[in-house]
Ligand binder design. Structure first.
Ligand SMILES: O=CC(=O)O
Length: 366
């Protein structure tokens, strides 16, 4: 019998899976309709697990763990998440039951770094206000205001700033590389384990800084409150583990500078949302830029973060940092390779007819 792969996506951009399915090596079952609600998707996934060999899931399917494994039974060999993070998977329980866990590192790093820079600049440059000017037919008024005062709606910049990174893994280092040409004075970071900035610890970034931007200081700041106090822009790119849950809390936010901008592209629960709302209302920080939010994906229009009173202080995207077509396609093919590898199915050139045979054979397991 062909191994069955259950996929939480309705349409999955993977040539590898399509080819394996068409060649009759797997049965690839996708979500039957894009219209299903979050809870219907979760129910559908569970209903398909009995007898499945693999499950392809995403960050928004709730926590994948014991409940799913009990339903799936012995046939399940691998759970492959279409994401870098796997905090939504009970990895210990899966491993205990001999189910492999795969994810998609590297393929979305650039896209997420680009999104981080986008959010950061939008927040610094008061983009929400600028976009509103045009949308509300106030271009002429803005022109007049600026004619009287050139600083009308003028925002900040990275020039001469201290940029703090909470979490300094691959993506954060890529963001740092993108920020360097914008002229920061200092880059501070709190990595998951304290490491000073040397050619051994951060080879690529160290090379870029020492050869092109020798005037920029890059250093380790292990204390989060000090990192917050020193930063003009604080970028969260740490993973969600028990120690980082709500770690950006009232104390940390109260240390930030009034003009500072907070950017969270890690996981929603890293930031305590109630504390963030208070900090914005009390103008303890100037703006927040978010790609993630506690409680996602079920964020309705009446969520307090979206309150009209904060519309100029919140720049927000629906956890779409990796949404560049090339990145999403490569993530899908990596997910497919992970699954096929776990199922001991070799990718064969003859599956591909006239299409070029992909040469990337990388796989990543947790
Ligand atoms: O959040 C996205 C990911 O983990 O890939």
């Amino acid at each position: 019998m062909r191994p069955r792969i259950v996929n939480i996506f309705h349409s999955f951009p993977s040539a590898v899976l399509r080819a394996a399915h068409n060649a009759g090596h797997i049965e690839h079952i996708c979500l039957p309709s894009p219209e299903l609600s979050v809870s219907e998707r979760r129910e559908w996934l569970k209903s398909q697990l009995p007898g499945a060999s693999a499950a392809i899931i995403w960050v928004n399917v709730g926590r994948f763990g014991k409940e799913h494994l009990d339903v799936a039974g012995e046939t399940l060999k691998v759970v492959a998440t279409y994401s870098v993070g796997y905090d939504h998977i009970d990895v210990d329980e899966l491993k205990r039951r001999g189910v492999a866990v795969a994810h998609t590192p590297y393929k979305s790093d650039d896209a997420v770094a680009n999104a981080t820079l986008l959010l950061l600049l939008m927040a610094l440059r008061r983009s929400a206000e600028h976009l509103d000017v045009v949308r509300h037919g106030k271009w002429l008024q803005f022109y007049n205001d600026t004619s009287s005062n050139p600083l009308a709606l003028a925002g900040g910049s990275v020039q001469d700033c201290t940029v703090g990174f909470y979490g300094f893994g691959r993506i954060a280092q890529k963001v740092a590389e993108r920020i360097l040409p914008l002229g920061p004075r200092r880059i501070l970071y709190k990595a998951s384990s304290p490491r000073s900035f040397t050619a051994d610890t951060f080879p690529r970034l160290h090379h870029v800084v020492s050869t092109i931007y020798p005037g920029v200081t890059v250093s380790n700041e292990p204390d989060l409150q000090t990192l917050a106090a020193e930063s003009d822009v604080l970028v969260c790119l740490t993973s969600l583990v028990p120690e980082t849950h709500h770690s950006v809390n009232e104390q940390v936010l109260s240390k930030m500078k009034k003009h500072a901008v907070l950017v969270n592209v890690s996981r929603g629960p890293v930031v305590d949302t109630q504390a963030l709302l208070q900090a914005l209302k009390k103008e303890q920080i100037s703006c927040v830029a978010l790609d993630v939010l506690e409680g996602e994906p079920d964020i309705a229009a009446d969520h307090p973060v979206l309150d009209d009173s904060l519309r100029h202080k919140v720049v927000i995207m629906p956890h779409s940092g990796s949404a560049e077509a090339a990145s999403r396609t490569e993530m899908a093919d990596l997910t497919a390779r992970n699954v096929l590898k776990a199922l001991n199915i070799d990718i064969r050139p003859e599956w591909y007819d006239e299409q070029p045979v992909p040469t990337d054979r990388s796989t990543y397991f947790v």
